[in-house]
Write a protein of this length. Structure first.
Length: 170
DNA sequence: AAGTTTATCAACCGCGATACG
DNA sequence: CCGTATCGCGGTTGATAAACT
Protein backbone atom coordinates (compact mmCIF):
# COMPACT_ATOMS: atom_id res chain seq x y z
CA UNK A 1 0.00 0.00 0.00
CA UNK A 2 1.80 3.01 -1.15
CA UNK A 3 -0.14 6.16 -0.81
CA UNK A 4 -3.56 7.53 -0.26
CA UNK A 5 -5.84 7.70 -3.29
CA UNK A 6 -5.57 10.57 -5.70
CA UNK A 7 -9.11 11.86 -5.37
CA UNK A 8 -12.01 10.81 -3.24
CA UNK A 9 -14.59 9.37 -5.50
CA UNK A 10 -18.03 10.84 -5.37
CA UNK A 11 -17.08 14.16 -3.84
CA UNK A 12 -15.61 15.89 -6.85
CA UNK A 13 -17.08 18.46 -9.18
CA UNK A 14 -16.64 18.16 -12.90
CA UNK A 15 -16.98 20.40 -15.90
CA UNK A 16 -16.42 24.11 -16.16
CA UNK A 17 -14.84 25.93 -13.27
CA UNK A 18 -16.82 28.49 -11.32
CA UNK A 19 -15.27 31.86 -10.56
CA UNK A 20 -15.24 31.05 -6.90
CA UNK A 21 -13.32 27.85 -7.50
CA UNK A 22 -10.77 29.76 -9.55
CA UNK A 23 -10.35 32.28 -6.79
CA UNK A 24 -9.87 29.62 -4.17
CA UNK A 25 -7.30 27.86 -6.27
CA UNK A 26 -5.38 31.05 -7.03
CA UNK A 27 -5.45 32.13 -3.43
CA UNK A 28 -4.22 28.79 -2.22
CA UNK A 29 -1.36 28.56 -4.68
CA UNK A 30 -0.32 32.14 -4.03
CA UNK A 31 -0.16 31.33 -0.36
CA UNK A 32 1.41 27.88 -0.51
CA UNK A 33 2.89 27.52 -3.97
CA UNK A 34 2.45 24.75 -6.47
CA UNK A 35 3.03 21.13 -5.73
CA UNK A 36 1.29 18.25 -4.01
CA UNK A 37 -1.77 18.36 -6.17
CA UNK A 38 -3.23 15.43 -4.33
CA UNK A 39 -3.78 17.27 -1.10
CA UNK A 40 -4.38 20.67 -2.63
CA UNK A 41 -8.11 20.45 -3.29
CA UNK A 42 -8.90 19.49 0.27
CA UNK A 43 -6.57 22.09 1.70
CA UNK A 44 -7.98 24.77 -0.57
CA UNK A 45 -11.56 23.77 0.09
CA UNK A 46 -12.22 22.65 -3.45
CA UNK A 47 -14.41 19.77 -4.51
CA UNK A 48 -12.12 18.87 -7.38
CA UNK A 49 -9.53 16.24 -7.92
CA UNK A 50 -5.92 17.31 -7.90
CA UNK A 51 -5.55 16.50 -11.53
CA UNK A 52 -8.27 18.92 -12.43
CA UNK A 53 -6.75 21.65 -10.24
CA UNK A 54 -3.37 21.21 -11.83
CA UNK A 55 -4.81 21.45 -15.32
CA UNK A 56 -6.84 24.51 -14.50
CA UNK A 57 -3.87 26.25 -12.93
CA UNK A 58 -1.41 25.43 -15.68
CA UNK A 59 -3.66 26.14 -18.61
CA UNK A 60 -5.63 29.07 -17.40
CA UNK A 61 -4.89 30.59 -14.04
CA UNK A 62 -1.11 30.81 -13.95
CA UNK A 63 -0.13 34.48 -13.96
CA UNK A 64 2.42 34.10 -16.73
CA UNK A 65 0.08 32.42 -19.16
CA UNK A 66 -0.28 34.50 -22.28
CA UNK A 67 -3.71 34.37 -23.80
CA UNK A 68 -4.83 35.53 -27.18
CA UNK A 69 -3.80 35.08 -30.77
CA UNK A 70 -0.66 33.34 -31.82
CA UNK A 71 1.72 35.48 -33.82
CA UNK A 72 3.14 34.37 -37.14
CA UNK A 73 6.49 33.92 -35.46
CA UNK A 74 4.96 31.65 -32.88
CA UNK A 75 3.19 29.69 -35.60
CA UNK A 76 6.41 29.17 -37.48
CA UNK A 77 8.26 28.16 -34.39
CA UNK A 78 5.57 25.65 -33.50
CA UNK A 79 5.72 24.16 -36.97
CA UNK A 80 9.48 23.89 -36.81
CA UNK A 81 9.48 22.36 -33.39
CA UNK A 82 6.72 19.98 -34.34
CA UNK A 83 8.69 18.79 -37.33
CA UNK A 84 11.54 17.99 -34.97
CA UNK A 85 9.76 16.75 -31.90
CA UNK A 86 6.43 15.46 -33.16
CA UNK A 87 3.45 15.70 -30.85
CA UNK A 88 5.56 16.54 -27.82
CA UNK A 89 3.39 19.44 -26.85
CA UNK A 90 4.97 19.98 -23.49
CA UNK A 91 8.40 20.23 -25.09
CA UNK A 92 7.10 22.63 -27.66
CA UNK A 93 5.36 24.67 -25.00
CA UNK A 94 8.61 24.91 -23.10
CA UNK A 95 10.03 26.87 -26.03
CA UNK A 96 7.13 29.28 -26.13
CA UNK A 97 7.02 31.37 -22.99
CA UNK A 98 3.51 31.98 -21.78
CA UNK A 99 1.97 29.28 -23.91
CA UNK A 100 0.67 26.01 -22.54
CA UNK A 101 0.85 22.61 -24.12
CA UNK A 102 -2.92 22.43 -24.22
CA UNK A 103 -3.20 25.76 -25.97
CA UNK A 104 -0.57 24.85 -28.51
CA UNK A 105 -2.17 21.50 -29.12
CA UNK A 106 -5.53 23.14 -29.71
CA UNK A 107 -4.00 25.74 -31.97
CA UNK A 108 -2.24 23.07 -33.93
CA UNK A 109 -5.33 20.97 -34.39
CA UNK A 110 -7.56 23.86 -35.37
CA UNK A 111 -5.37 26.30 -37.27
CA UNK A 112 -1.93 25.10 -38.15
CA UNK A 113 -3.01 21.73 -39.45
CA UNK A 114 -5.36 23.39 -41.88
CA UNK A 115 -2.79 25.99 -42.81
CA UNK A 116 -0.28 23.32 -43.72
CA UNK A 117 -2.89 21.35 -45.63
CA UNK A 118 -3.73 24.37 -47.73
CA UNK A 119 -0.04 24.71 -48.52
CA UNK A 120 -0.01 21.09 -49.60
CA UNK A 121 2.03 19.95 -46.64
CA UNK A 122 1.17 16.96 -44.54
CA UNK A 123 1.02 18.22 -40.95
CA UNK A 124 2.07 14.86 -39.59
CA UNK A 125 5.11 14.18 -41.70
CA UNK A 126 5.83 17.77 -42.79
CA UNK A 127 6.25 16.47 -46.31
CA UNK A 128 4.39 17.57 -49.40
CA UNK A 129 1.07 15.76 -49.64
CA UNK A 130 1.62 15.06 -53.32
CA UNK A 131 4.51 12.65 -53.20
CA UNK A 132 5.77 13.39 -56.69
CA UNK A 133 6.11 17.08 -56.11
CA UNK A 134 9.70 17.44 -55.13
CA UNK A 135 12.04 14.68 -54.23
CA UNK A 136 14.64 17.12 -52.98
CA UNK A 137 12.35 18.59 -50.40
CA UNK A 138 11.22 15.25 -49.17
CA UNK A 139 14.77 14.15 -48.65
CA UNK A 140 15.36 16.87 -46.15
CA UNK A 141 12.16 16.70 -44.20
CA UNK A 142 12.19 12.97 -44.32
CA UNK A 143 15.37 12.67 -42.34
CA UNK A 144 14.02 15.16 -39.87
CA UNK A 145 10.92 13.34 -38.99
CA UNK A 146 12.59 10.03 -38.42
CA UNK A 147 14.94 11.45 -35.88
CA UNK A 148 13.07 13.27 -33.23
CA UNK A 149 16.17 13.71 -31.14
CA UNK A 150 17.52 16.35 -33.35
CA UNK A 151 20.44 15.02 -35.34
CA UNK A 152 21.22 16.07 -38.89
CA UNK A 153 18.73 18.85 -39.34
CA UNK A 154 19.30 22.09 -41.05
CA UNK A 155 21.79 24.13 -39.03
CA UNK A 156 19.11 26.56 -38.09
CA UNK A 157 16.90 23.92 -36.57
CA UNK A 158 19.78 22.24 -34.89
CA UNK A 159 20.66 25.43 -33.18
CA UNK A 160 17.20 25.81 -31.84
CA UNK A 161 17.10 22.33 -30.48
CA UNK A 162 20.42 22.73 -28.74
CA UNK A 163 19.15 25.81 -27.06
CA UNK A 164 15.89 24.27 -26.15
CA UNK A 165 17.03 20.96 -24.82
CA UNK A 166 19.87 21.55 -22.46
CA UNK A 167 18.19 19.43 -19.84
CA UNK A 168 18.66 16.25 -21.84
CA UNK A 169 21.02 14.98 -19.19
CA UNK A 170 20.51 16.54 -15.84
C1' DA B 1 -35.50 34.89 -37.87
C1' DA B 2 -34.62 30.12 -37.23
C1' DG B 3 -32.06 26.15 -37.97
C1' DT B 4 -27.75 24.01 -39.18
C1' DT B 5 -22.91 23.58 -39.68
C1' DT B 6 -18.24 24.79 -38.43
C1' DA B 7 -14.64 26.61 -35.36
C1' DT B 8 -12.67 27.26 -31.00
C1' DC B 9 -11.54 26.54 -26.35
C1' DA B 10 -11.71 24.19 -21.89
C1' DA B 11 -11.77 20.10 -19.56
C1' DC B 12 -11.73 15.03 -19.03
C1' DC B 13 -9.80 10.38 -19.66
C1' DG B 14 -6.42 6.91 -19.94
C1' DC B 15 -1.75 5.66 -20.02
C1' DG B 16 3.22 5.55 -19.03
C1' DA B 17 6.86 7.07 -16.02
C1' DT B 18 8.34 7.91 -11.59
C1' DA B 19 8.39 8.15 -6.61
C1' DC B 20 7.23 6.32 -2.38
C1' DG B 21 6.27 2.99 1.45
C1' DC C 1 12.78 -5.12 -4.74
C1' DC C 2 7.89 -4.88 -5.50
C1' DG C 3 3.38 -2.98 -5.68
C1' DT C 4 0.77 1.04 -5.83
C1' DA C 5 -0.23 6.11 -5.68
C1' DT C 6 0.77 10.25 -7.97
C1' DC C 7 2.24 13.18 -11.63
C1' DG C 8 2.46 14.74 -16.18
C1' DC C 9 1.42 14.12 -20.93
C1' DG C 10 -1.16 13.44 -25.16
C1' DG C 11 -5.52 12.27 -27.28
C1' DT C 12 -10.21 13.12 -27.31
C1' DT C 13 -14.65 14.94 -26.22
C1' DG C 14 -18.15 18.44 -24.97
C1' DA C 15 -19.92 23.07 -24.70
C1' DT C 16 -20.51 27.26 -26.72
C1' DA C 17 -19.80 30.96 -30.07
C1' DA C 18 -19.67 32.35 -34.79
C1' DA C 19 -20.71 31.82 -39.55
C1' DC C 20 -23.60 30.26 -42.97
C1' DT C 21 -27.99 28.81 -45.41
Amino acid sequence: MGRTPCCEKGHTNKGAWAREEDERLIAYIQAHGEGCWRSLPKAAGLLRCGKSCRLRWINYLRPDVKRGNFTDEEDELIIKLHSLLGNKWSKIAARLPGRTDNEIKNHWNTNIKRKLHSKGIDPVTHRPINEHVSSTNTKLTCTNQNKPDGEEKSPELNLELRISLPSASP
